[in-house]
Design a protein around this ligand. Structure first.
Ligand code: MN3
Length: 241
């Protein structure tokens, strides 16, 4: 790919070409406190009520998802990190970037903790609007239209067989990319086939939607777009400058 690829050129012009993707300081302040902490890791309080995302995601799904599933990832991450970090003051991001050195327990639960913390923050009650700005311009530049972007992210979510996540992420060349990962993997991980900084993640594990949607993943994915907190996503992107 040419270094003059229009997408790369656009994002560099828009958000600057200063710092390399993947350093700790790229994470917005609002999530730094969580992702850069070391043991013990803890869940950030949910920034809205369990029923706030209805009708798209029901209250019982949110409550079980946050207090049972995500909580278990956090607890199990702590157990693994205490055993495997051996006292080193490692951030979760640092650990995920070299996750091949650690156990499957740390990979699964470290990913689970990171992914869910991002997931809660990337949703909001009320109307979801992608305002004019660097994120919208980058999406239009990279995917030609918002509808095409939505189609591609939906396809990534739909074609992920079994459990996993669909992602919008920034790759090492500062290009916006869409992809998916299995289980609780994410693009930060050295074991992942897609690599970069996650901006937005969509949980397509059945526990995220089964109570309301049963087998209708496509309906869940389509409705989830009504919940995306684009301001949060844009803040993550602009911190890449
Ligand atoms: Mn989940």
């Amino acid at each position: 790919m040419s270094t003059q690829h229009p997408r790369r050129k656009f994002i560099k012009q828009s958000i600057g070409a200063g710092m390399a993707v993947g350093t700790a300081s790229l994470i917005p302040d609002s999530v730094q406190a969580n992702f850069l902490q070391t043991t013990p890791f803890s869940q950030t309080p949910l920034p809205y009520a369990f029923n706030a995302l209805e009708p798209h995601i029901d209250a019982m799904t949110m409550e079980i998802h946050y207090t049972k599933h995500a909580s278990a990832y956090t607890k199990n991450l702590n157990d693994a990190a205490i055993a495997e970090f051996k006292g080193a003051n490692l951030s979760l991001e640092d650990a995920l970037k070299s996750v091949s050195k650690y156990s499957a327990k740390l990979r699964n639960n470290g990913g689970g903790h990171f992914n869910h913390e991002l997931f809660w923050k990337s949703m909001q009650p009320g109307t979801s609007v992608l305002h004019d700005g660097v994120l919208k311009q980058s999406i239009l530049s990279s995917f030609n239209s918002f509808e095409n972007f939505k189609t591609k992210l939906s396809e990534a979510a739909m074609t992920r067989f079994g459990s996993g996540w669909a992602w919008l992420y920034v790759d090492e060349n500062k290009l916006l990319q869409i992809g998916s990962t299995p289980n609780q993997d994410n693009p930060l991980m050295d074991v992942s086939t897609i690599k970069g900084m996650p901006l937005l993640g969509l949980d397509v594990w059945e526990h995220a939607y089964y109570l309301k949607y049963q087998n209708r993943r496509a309906e869940y994915v389509n409705n989830w777009f009504n919940l995306v907190n684009w301001k949060f996503v844009e803040d993550r992107l602009t911190k890449l400058s």
